[in-house]
Unconditional design. Structure first.
Length: 160
């Protein structure tokens, strides 16, 4: 996509983020309604994003095109793990959400957003970038694998 820009989100972007959230949240609800609530109200989402944007460890990036103000976002959290008797100390950035408007998919928006999260992690001294994806989301898994992510562990579930 021509003239795609990636910028850091501000609290004034909470409404944009709430609108874009619907693109990804609807897919999650359709696939796992036992986990994900129906679409939250815009006010709930705006409060959520304003809270996240106030946290020092959170990084949210917005993808913009001149003709479509906002076509995607990525939210991530910087995390530190102290050393323990079993594990080394570690620092990593976790990609929590990646949403791209349907009209902008397969045009490099997701890749540009992941690259922004990678760079934020590098600048913060992180050693790794982590994310999670539902097993039933083949499209997202394929995207992440093409972006260089490798499986790290498998989380298994059993309903009780």
């Amino acid at each position: 996509m021509s003239l795609l820009t990636i910028r850091r989100a501000t609290p004034e972007d909470a409404r944009l983020l709430a609108e874009l959230n619907g693109h990804v949240h609807g897919l999650h609800v359709a696939r796992r309604p036992d986990i994900y609530r129906e679409q939250p109200s815009p006010d709930e989402l705006m409060a959520l994003y304003k809270d996240q944007l106030s946290q020092e460890s959170v990084r949210i990036f917005i993808a913009e095109l001149p003709e479509d103000k906002c076509v995607g976002y990525a939210s991530a959290t910087l995390q530190q793990r102290a050393a323990s008797a079993l594990m080394h100390a570690d620092s990593f950035i976790v990609l929590n959400q990646l949403a791209v408007a349907p009209k902008a998919t397969r045009h490099g928006v997701g890749t540009a957003l992941v690259n922004a999260v990678r760079e934020a992690g590098r600048q913060a001294g992180c050693r790794r970038l982590l994310t999670e994806v539902l097993d039933c989301n083949d499209e997202a898994r394929s995207f992440y694998e093409a972006a260089g992510f490798l499986p790290m562990k498998h989380v298994l579930e059993q309903l009780l």
